[in-house]
Design a protein around this ligand. Structure first.
Ligand code: DGY
Length: 324
C-alpha cells in the first residue's frame, strides 16, 4: 500500500510507515497547496496530514483508494470529518501525548505576560539595565489569584492541575463536571460569564467547532477584569482577534499570551505592535519528545487503519459501527 505524508515529521514515525508501505513525503519544507496535496494523494491508500492542511471534500473524495487519514495533531478541525465518515474513511488524531506539553506552554505564556519576560529580555539585551530599580518592569503576582479555565478536557485539566503549587482559586467552564479538578483543587464549575468576571488568569482549552467559533469576543473581553491575563493555546478562531486587539489597545485587560491566531500564519500588524501581548508561532506541542510521540502515534493509527483494524485514536468510530 502507498501513503502520502504532507510534510516531514520525526523519523521514528516515518520509519514505522516505511517498514510496511511505500511512503511519499512532501519534499519541501513548507505547507503544500491544495493542488499539490491532490497530486500527492493520487494512487495512495493513506494520507498523513497536518493541522495546516485543509482536507476538504474535494481532497477526501478525489482518490477512490484512500482508506485512512491520520492527522498529526490533536485538533482535527482542518479535516472534513463528516465527508470522511460518509466515505467510510477513518480519521485519527494524536491526543494525550501533547497534553502536558501544551499545558506547559500555557503556563509559560502566563508567566511571560505576568512578569513581562519578553520586555525584560529586550531591555536587558539592549544595554538599558543600569541597576536594580524599585519601579522597573512591574508585573503581577500569580500565587493565590483566581484561575479561570475555559474547557476542562485533557489539556485544560492538565493546565489547571499544574496550578497546585501556586495555591490558586480555580474556576472552570465545561458542560461536564470535572471530578479531578473538584477533588484535587476544589475547583468550581461556573458559567462562562462568572469565569470571565472573577478570574485573574483566563486560559482557553476548547476544540474549534461551530459552538466555539468566536467564543471570546468584545462582550466577553469587556466582562474580564482590567488586570486579567488572557491565554490562548487552543485555536485562533475561538477568539475574535479584532476584538482582542481592541481590548489590548484600550487596556480593557492587562495582557495576553497567544500561541494561535485567527488567520494564521497571518498575524495583524496591530497585534504585532502591541507590548502587552506575548506571541508564539503555534509551538505549544513543540518539544522533541512530544513531536516524536505524535509521529509514532500517527503512524500507529495509520498502520491499524490500513491493516483493517480500528485506529486507536479514531475520531469517527461510527465508520466501523456502520460496517458491523
Ligand atoms: C494540535 O495538535 O492540535 C496542536 O495545536 C499542535 O501543536
Amino acid at each position: 500500500m502507498k501513503i502520502f505524508v504532507t510534510r516531514n515529521i520525526p523519523e521514528k514515525g516515518i520509519r514505522m510507515l516505511e517498514e510496511q508501505y511505500e511512503v511519499e513525503i512532501n519534499p519541501y519544507n513548507r505547507v503544500l497547496t491544495k493542488t499539490e496535496i491532490l497530486k500527492g494523494v493520487k494512487g495512495k491508500d493513506g494520507l498523513l496530514c497536518l493541522l495546516t492542511d485543509h482536507i476538504d471534500k474535494d481532497l477526501i473524495t478525489a482518490e477512490p483508494r484512500l482508506k485512512m487519514i491520520a492527522n498529526y495533531a490533536v485538533g482535527y478541525n482542518n479535516i472534513d470529518v463528516q465527508t470522511a465518515t460518509i466515505q467510510g474513511i477513518p480519521v485519527s488524531n494524536t491526543p494525550d501525548v501533547l497534553t502536558d506539553t501544551t499545558a506547559e506552554m500555557a503556563w509559560a505564556l502566563v508567566f511571560a505576560v505576568s512578569r513581562r519576560l519578553i520586555e525584560g529580555d529586550t531591555f536587558t539585551r539592549s544595554g538599558k539595565f543600569d541597576g536594580w530599580a524599585p519601579m522597573l518592569l512591574l508585573g503581577q503576582d500569580i500565587s493565590r489569584k483566581t484561575l479561570g479555565v475555559i474547557g476542562a478536557g485533557r489539556i485544560g485539566t492538565a493546565f489547571a492541575l499544574k496550578s497546585k503549587g501556586f495555591d490558586m482559586n480555580v474556576l472552570y467552564v465545561d458542560e461536564k463536571r470535572n471530578k479531578d479538578l473538584e477533588r484535587h483543587l476544589h475547583a468550581k464549575n461556573v458559567s462562562l460569564e462568572q469565569c470571565l468576571q472573577e478570574s485573574d488568569v483566563i486560559s482557553v482549552h476548547v476544540p474549534l467547532n461551530s459552538k466555539t467559533h468566536h467564543l471570546i469576543g468584545e462582550k466577553e473581553l469587556k466582562m474580564m477584569k482590567k488586570t486579567a491575563l488572557f491565554i490562548n493555546t487552543s485555536r485562533g478562531p475561538v477568539v475574535d482577534e479584532d476584538a482582542l486587539i481592541h481590548a489590548l489597545q484600550n487596556k480593557w485587560i492587562y495582557g495576553a499570551g497567544l500561541d494561535v491566531y485567527e488567520h494564521e500564519p497571518s498575524i495583524p500588524i496591530k497585534l504585532l505592535r502591541l507590548e502587552n501581548v506575548v506571541l508564539q508561532p503555534h509551538t505549544a506541542s513543540a518539544t522533541t519528545e512530544t513531536r516524536t510521540n505524535m509521529a509514532i502515534m500517527a503512524a500507529e493509527n495509520m498502520i491499524a487503519g490500513l491493516n483493517g483494524g480500528i485506529p486507536p485514536n479514531c475520531v469517527n468510530p461510527e465508520v466501523f459501527k456502520k460496517a458491523i
